[in-house]
Design a protein. Structure first.
Length: 280
């Protein structure tokens, strides 16, 4: 990867960085995280990225070289390289299971009606056989009881029960509407992959990733509401279509021994009053 000296960055990049970090700063302030914690976090990330992506001839870098690249003191580099970043394995497992279940419900024809929408599922196999919520959960992880998943999903707003006590998927359930830890997980995952695609393209790496948007100014609140609804509808259709293709290909790819990759395809919509100007 190309290295640059420590001369002043371009004004255009600084402006872009300020825009990128502004909403992050709002979230950080809302969580009461102090500057000292952020400084330590940024140091550790600079050290990790320098060690991972800026090696010479793929050889591990010395502490001195990483210190030169990042500006982080050599003693801190040594300390940070030997620290283990804690990972909430339980949260990752829970979110991963939820994602697999939603993907199955939205992509497996067994759980879809004639219009391609997720069916309301009877709670137990005794009621719905293999087209039941219990069968859906067992098909992804037979070690977890469907009642545990149902209670958690009811709490998070992922599903609801209809008048016949069937389990109904809320179609927007790619991310739960409640549960801060779950939302924080997707906050990091989705923003990371979007930013990683944009950074890949900005650094001129090949092949470029798709990263496109439509943006307008001078629109009324009514138009914004209309565009938000249209974006939501079309976006969900696109997500469901890509999910279905990925699920089908995952099965066919399982038989070959090619190196594995992961992917993310995302949709977002944002609007704000034009009167609010960025603080300089």
């Amino acid at each position: 990867m190309t290295e640059h000296n420590h001369s002043s960055p371009s004004p255009a990049f600084v402006q872009a960085l300020r825009l990128l970090l502004r909403p992050i700063a709002r979230v950080v302030l809302s969580q009461g995280i102090p500057l000292a914690y952020l400084t330590e976090l940024l140091k550790s990330l600079l050290v990790e990225e320098a060690d991972r992506h800026f090696r010479i001839d793929h050889k591990p870098s010395t502490d001195s070289r990483i210190s030169l690249l990042t500006g982080v003191h050599r003693k801190d580099v040594n300390r940070l390289r030997n620290e283990v970043t804690p990972v909430d394995a339980k949260l990752v497992t829970k979110v991963s299971l939820g994602g697999q279940l939603v993907a199955q419900w939205l992509g497996n024809p067994q759980y879809l009606n004639e219009a391609g929408q997720p069916k309301p599922l009877p709670r137990y196999k005794s009621e719905g056989g293999q087209t039941s919520f219990e069968a859906l959960v067992a098909g992804v992880n037979s070690d977890i009881r469907s009642r545990v998943v149902l209670d958690e999903w009811m709490r998070l707003g992922v599903v609801h029960l209809d008048a016949e006590k069937r389990v109904c998927l809320n179609i927007q359930a790619f991310v739960s509407s409640k549960g801060f830890d779950e939302k924080a997980f997707y906050f990091g995952h989705n923003l990371h992959d979007h930013a990683a695609a944009a950074a890949h393209n900005l650094m001129g790496l090949e092949p470029p990733f798709m990263e496109r948007s439509v943006h307008y100014t001078g629109l009324s609140s009514e138009t914004i509401a209309q565009l938000a609804a249209e974006s939501k509808d079309l976006g969900m259709k696109a997500l469901i279509a890509v999910n279905k293709t990925a699920m089908e290909r995952e099965k066919t790819d399982a038989v070959n021994e090619a190196p594995r990759q992961r992917m993310t395809f995302g949709i977002y919509f944002y609007a704000e009053p034009e009167a609010i100007q960025p603080v300089k």
